[in-house]
Design a protein around this ligand. Sequence first.
Ligand code: ADP
Length: 379
Amino acid sequence: MDKPILVLNAGSSSIKLTLFAPDLRRMLTGVADGIGGASLLRLGDTRAEVAMPDHAHALDRILDALAAQGVTLDALGAVGHRVVHGGAVLTAPARITPEIRAAIAECIPLAPLHNPHNLAAIDAVGDRAPGVPQVAAFDTGFHASNPDLATHYALPRAMAEAGLRRYGFHGLSYAALVRTLPAATGASLPRRVLACHLGNGASLCAIEDGRSVATTMGYSPLEGLSMGTRCGSIDANLALRLASEHGIEATRRLLNHGAGLAGLSGVSGDMRRLEADGGPASRFAIDHFCYWAARHAGSMVVAMGGCDAVVFTGGIGENSATVRAGIARWLEWLGVALDPARNAAHGPRLHPGSARVAAWVIPADEEREIARAVATLAA
Ligand code: ADP
């Protein structure tokens, strides 16, 4: 590939973009935010309020802004997309063909809030530049190596076969972590890694010999840790009671957007704001986040029969010394220990010389992982 690669990450109300040089150096980043409402387009150092009623309009504005900076669609080597759900079939990055597009559309029932936006971005690029190759990379794909024991809920077997099973997410972040950890540590990949992707969405992954063997998110990104605004694992009967009393849509909103740190604190779902607030409700929400992250970590450690290294990534994992220390305290029995000065400096190495389990901070790099797949598949 001798031309730049554009990576798009289309969410429910935003499209993030990163432009990579052919050698996978980051050239430009931007985001179209507030799609459908008060929209803001940021590209490099420029910011503008522009009307973006839907994803197709947002993509047009992004392409206009890129062209204004000298990057036209024809000048691109290929476009890569983060696609949230690949289901049981789409487990590796794939060049977009009519068949792959149809397979992504078939996954819409699994991710009704995500995959339609990814398809909208794929279609918009396809309409405007039919000659530019496109590649989809799936956030579920890295967990395809999980054994049936880990992916099946205890439901009638036919349900798993119909797709009602655990998948796991943040797979592109975990794949990037496996790729970059050896270079960051100067050593080969530890055999059993407890990977902690802690951002607005948060999950853990048990990585044994470089492969995912268990993860905390399940059928959807709602399961597992308590998160910014998602409740994490709760009793299904509680969800049923809420749905019967308040309706399905209100319950969906509450569990996905009104719970987690936001619900517990009543202050914010944003960790940085909770740390700055420091009040008792904010402190409780942070303590709850750390306690449950560690409780789930125990489950991940069982799935890989021990732990050689803990790795933190994501906005909270990379930047919150308080949360890293809070989780590590619960894992002292496992041999996890953080050097306070290294933790305060955000690593990359966190552990003291005497620690039985190594601990590291690695920046999340999903976009480069996608660009790498694009460079391979669209060459
Ligand atoms: P997303 O999951 O949307 O990609 P990020 O990975 O960017 O989100 O993580 C966002 C979270 O990281 C927010 O809760 C934010 O407050 C938190 N965060 C970012 N910087 C800091 C910081 N310096 N201290 C504490 N939390 C931080």
